[in-house]
Structure formats: C-alpha cells, structure tokens
Write a protein that binds this ligand. Structure first.
Ligand SMILES: [Zn+2]
Length: 299
C-alpha cells in the first residue's frame, strides 16, 4: 500500500504567536498599559483595541515610528558571525552558569534588554533547557529592528520585540532575570520589570575590551570606565557579585572585517587604518568585561 507523508512546518509567525499566546501576561500595551492577548495567531491586541502585528519572521514591532539607527543589518550580521566564532563563548557560559546558580526555578522568565541579533539569549536558552529548565522562556527586546528581525528568523520560539523602553510593551514584575550585555541600561525600567526576588545581570566593558582594535584604529586606548558604570549600577541595585572576565582570541583574516564592523568603533576611524587592519592575516583580540549581578534594594 502506498502512503504519503506530509510534514507540515509551522511558519515563524505561527510559532511566535503560539508562544506569545501562552505568555501574553508578560506584555502590556505600550500606548495605554492595559493587558494584551493574541488574536487569530496574527496580532497582539489590548483591552482598548490597540493592535500590533506579528511579523512574518516572528517578532512584534511596537514602535509608533521607525527609529533612526546606524545599527544596520550588516553590523548585526558581523556580530552574529563573530559570536558563531565563539569569541563571546566564555561570557555566555559564565552568564548561564550564574543564572543556574542564582535561580533554581524550572520555568524562568528571562529578558535580554538590548538583545541585538539575539546570539547571547539564544545560546543561554539552549544551555538552560539542556540543564533541565524546560519551562524557561526568553524575551529579547531592542530598538533596532534589523537585529530583532535576524534574531526572530533564527529562534522563533523565543519572544522578540522591537520597542523603546520609554513606551514599554512589557508588564510589571514579569521577569526572574534581566540580562543587559554591553548595552545601555534603563535602571528604572529594570526595577519595574523584575520580580522582587529577581536578578539584574549586566556585562560592562573593561578597560582592555577590544583594545587591539582601538589601538590599530588610533582610538582612545580605553573603553568607557567600568568603575563609573559599576557606581551607577550600585545607585539602583544592590550589588551581589562583580566578576571580571578576560579572554583573548586569534581571529583569522576572514573574521577581521566582521570584528571591525560589529561595533560602532570604526564609524569615525580613518579609512586607511581600517584598510590596513582588514589586510592582516590574523588578529589577537581581547574581550574584557565585568559582570555585575544585582538585586532590588530591600526597603
Ligand atoms: Zn492599548
């Protein structure tokens, strides 16, 4: 007897809509702050009828107008390629180890603020699920649509939002862990979005972060002061732990242009210096960060 096997693949939009329907209570309307639900696996709708389409790639754009940004598709593609080379692997491993250690819940709600193209969050979700935290859900938020679109295309079961925290689409107190990796922070929003027993985990650049790039492009030798960033962190959150992490990777010729393009460092650099750097056979590159882990101050 002949038989036919039909394998139906769900689209990214359907996968994202199903995940959003389960976790709709994490969202609030960015216009009127009322609760939201998923309608017809097509859009998020609030009690007053404000609605936001779920894009074909599997994300929701909550911005009322497109945000002007120099963070374009090529920057995020380069960042993704450098991530795949395992340049950030020690950082991602340490962050996921800390999450597992500090929080024993099987169904963590994890938020990555400034998620970019989503490499860090996708890595951590895989690692947490492999460690038995099967109910864990990840939400990635960034104002740069190009990054979020790339993130959703690759990991549609996570929840991805293009949004501005000044008009946040996320409800109060929904998250056990907020990640903020090498990206600006809105501490008041972190406070509002974290559960009372939640943790904010922020990675800030150390003085030697990407120092070989800075040196070759004749930029300021030091990245923004980690000490100042740590003081600002302490102003808003009780510091539980500060972990310095430094590693050096040898990038081959094919990776060097992507290391240059993955940050804004080259935007104001001399084109001749960029060309010289791009022509190198290999480049030793330093990752130097401090991981700050904090909790809400108990009043
Ligand atoms: Zn509304």
């Amino acid at each position: 007897m002949k038989g036919c096997l039909f394998v139906l693949h769900k689209s990214n939009r359907i996968l994202a809509a199903e995940a959003m329907a389960v976790h709709h209570s994490l969202f609030q309307c960015p216009i009127c702050s009322s609760p939201m639900h998923v309608e017809e696996l097509r859009q998020l709708v609030c009690l007053k009828g404000h609605n936001f389409d779920i894009a074909r790639q599997g994300y929701v754009n909550f911005l009322p107008h497109p945000a002007a940004s120099k963070y374009d598709q090529s920057l995020f593609r380069s960042r993704s390629i450098v991530s795949e080379s395992r340049f950030f692997q020690s950082l991602d491993r340490l962050l996921s180890d800390r999450i597992l250690e500090f929080n024993k819940k099987p169904n963590l709600h994890l938020l990555d603020l400034g998620c970019g193209e989503g490499s860090h969050l996708a890595f951590m979700l895989d690692r947490l699920k492999n460690a038995g935290r099967d109910g864990t859900i990840g939400v990635g938020l960034d104002i740069a649509k190009e990054g979020v679109r790339m993130a959703a295309s690759r990991a549609p079961r996570l929840l991805w939002c293009v949004a501005d925290l000044a008009r946040s689409p996320l409800a109060d107190g929904g998250f056990d862990v907020i990640l903020n990796i090498l990206s600006p922070t809105n501490y008041a929003e972190c406070h509002r979005l974290l559960k009372d027993d939640g943790f904010l985990i922020k990675a800030v650049p150390g003085s030697r972060h990407l120092q070989e790039l800075r040196s070759a492009l004749r930029l300021s030798r030091e990245s923004p002061s980690g000490v100042r960033l740590e003081e600002r962190f302490r102003d808003s959150f009780e510091l539980v732990e500060a972990l310095p992490l430094r590693s050096q990777s040898r990038l081959d010729a094919a990776l060097i242009p992507h290391a240059i393009a993955m940050t804004p460092l080259s935007w104001h650099a001399d084109p001749e210096r960029i060309q010289h750097l791009q022509a190198l056979d290999c480049l030793e590159l330093t990752m130097d960060v401090t991981i700050l882990i904090g909790q809400k101050y108990r009043s």
